[in-house]
Ligand binder design. Structure first.
Ligand code: HEM
Length: 511
């Protein structure tokens, strides 16, 4: 008994100390947001959060209001849900709120890439040069060529090419947009190789198809990987897939390609100049493949789907496309040259722009998170102030706070292709909540320092794809009464949403 008591006391002290370290005893201090630690020490609410982020955050908002702190997998995260106050997070100094720390951890866990501090500037500089302005012109042209290769390579080759093809719409859109985007960024097979241009194009088609197949396998495992819940078999599969991509996207392989985008090229060079090992640069190429190709394909599906479900929207976009072609003196004729859709033409499509923005409002749901580096005060637009602790995280989920807020966007679950159009046809940017103009009225690309640098290119990709579909193909849903698929709930927070099932459609070349 003499020995038992100290052992029991030591055990209790260890348990209490452990629980303390796990944050189990954290109490809300004066001036802090409401605190909800959740049912399980350390893990907190993580299971409910993962099961359906949207439902969970809506429940928390109903319980605590528009600011609350919850425990999630070892971190205390404060959610800010008042769009008027988003500026407090977006514009806060990097000394207090840092997005990199959070992103670096995620990228290490999910892609095996260890980032160093200085390198974010390389991405920033390359994106400013090549994903905007004149650089974007080059990228857009390249995308056009690759879309034509993938979508139109058998145009007019024989009469039976005009037979209807039936396929899953999600599979079709993701496949084409992913492959064309990949080829535009990472380069083409050189024409000088055996067999000349036609053979090189054929190789591009075959190689990008194989890469897409493997990407989709990784994509399916992504939510488990991001949350760190993988069975040993799945872990093994993830490692195999990573090995595959590191091979295929290796710096050495890419040096054999033509037309590598300047964006990818400058990033590679910049990293090499910083002394980052080639094997790490290669890993980063996979991170960029993920960031650049994981969202646009799913978005192209939703865009085409909503257009097909809304004949009025489809007719309005078709009319606009026809007008633009006419204005630029182009015409699609059997046996004639392929249309050359320039960036200038893409800047004259306000109706399609509005349809794209509406699609992203309904189907892009990023979770924006910052690490809190110092104790700070969160200042709300209505004057409230909250103390936030160093070491916590601060997040916004614009989907609930903005995208489906009926005050900002009336009838928020309905696709309205002209929601972002003024009556005079110009872009609508005035949206209101409680009589006050809302600055952040749609946030598919995030905001502030980590705002998506590929947003202009992505928008052009979506528009180019739809443009070509409308001009060269007839297409329709197999079942005109098809219901809108549910969203795959495991993916909330990662950007563009995916449907929980595919929908069948049919298409055929017009010429
Ligand atoms: C519909 C398509 C797309 C959507 C909805 C989307 C959305 C986003 C969002 C929300 C973020 C910010 C995440 C955060 O703040 O935590 C982001 C980051 C990023 N996106 Fe996109 N994106 C798309 C397409 C693209 C494309 C085509 C590219 C490249 C050509 C690209 C490159 C990137 C990169 C490199 C980052 C990381 C930025 C950084 O670390 O500063 N994205 N994207």
């Amino acid at each position: 008994m003499g020995l038992l008591l100290p052992i029991i006391l030591a055990f209790l002290a260890a348990v209490i100390g452990g629980l303390y370290l796990l944050g189990a005893f954290r109490q809300r201090r004066h001036g802090e947001p409401p605190l909800d630690r959740g049912p399980i020490p350390w893990l907190g609410h993580v299971f409910e959060f993962r099961r359906n982020t949207l439902k969970f955050l809506q429940r928390m908002k109903g319980k605590h209001g528009d600011v609350f702190t919850i425990q999630l997998g070892g971190y205390y995260t404060t959610f800010l849900q008042d769009p008027d106050s988003f500026g407090s997070m977006v514009k806060e100094s990097r000394e207090k709120l840092d997005f990199r720390k959070f992103a670096v951890n995620l990228v290490r866990r999910v892609f095996g890439y260890s980032a160093i501090f200085e390198e974010h500037k390389i991405l920033h500089d390359a994106s400013s040069k090549h994903l905007k302005g004149d650089g974007l012109e080059v990228m857009t042209q390249s995308m056009m060529g690759n879309l034509q290769n993938l979508m139109l390579h058998n145009l007019g080759s024989s009469a039976d090419q005009r037979a209807w093809i039936e396929e899953g719409l999600f599979q079709y859109c993701y496949n084409i947009v992913f492959r064309a985007g990949y080829l535009s960024l990472y380069g083409n097979e050189p024409h000088k190789s055996d067999g000349g241009e036609e053979k090189a194009k054929e190789k591009d088609r075959a190689e990008s198809e194989a890469l897409y197949g493997e990407f989709r396998k990784y994509d399916a495992l992504f939510p488990n990987l991001a949350y760190g819940v993988l069975t040993p078999r799945k872990r093994w599969e993830v490692e195999r897939l990573m090995g595959y991509f590191w091979n295929r996207l290796s710096v050495k392989e890419m040096k054999n390609k033509d037309n590598i985008s300047r964006w990818i090229w400058d990033i590679q060079q910049g990293k090499e100049e910083l002394g980052i090992k080639e094997s790490m640069v290669t890993r980063y190429m996979f991170v960029l493949l993920w960031a650049s190709q994981g969202n646009t394909g799913p978005s192209s599906f939703w865009l085409l789907f909503y257009l097909m479900k809304n004949p009025e929207a489809l007719a309005a976009v078709k009319e606009e496309v026809a007008e633009v072609l006419k204005e630029f003196g182009q015409e699609v004729r059997p046996g004639g040259p392929l249309i050359d859709l320039t960036r200038e033409m893409l800047m004259k499509t306000p109706v399609l722009d509005s349809a794209v923005e509406e699609t992203l409002r309904l189907t892009a749901a990023p979770l924006l998170t910052r690490a809190v580096l110092q104790d700070m005060t969160l200042k709300m637009a209505d004057g409230r102030q909250y103390a936030i602790r160093q070491g916590d995280r601060l997040s916004v989920f614009p989907y609930i706070a903005i995208h489906i807020d009926p005050e900002i966007h009336p009838d928020p679950h309905t696709f309205k292709y002209d929601r972002f159009l003024n009556p005079d046809g110009s872009k609508k940017t005035d949206f209101y909540k409680a009589g006050k103009k809302v600055k952040y009225y749609n946030m598919p690309w995030g905001a502030g320092v980590s705002m998506c640098p590929g947003r202009f290119f992505a928008t052009n990709e979506l528009k180019q794809f739809v443009f070509l579909m409308l001009v060269y193909f007839e297409f329709e849903l197999k079942n005109p009464d098809e219901e809108i698929p549910e969203i795959d709930y495991r993916r909330w927070g990662f950007g563009s949403m995916q449907p929980d099932r595919d929908v069948q459609f049919r298409y055929r070349l017009r010429y």
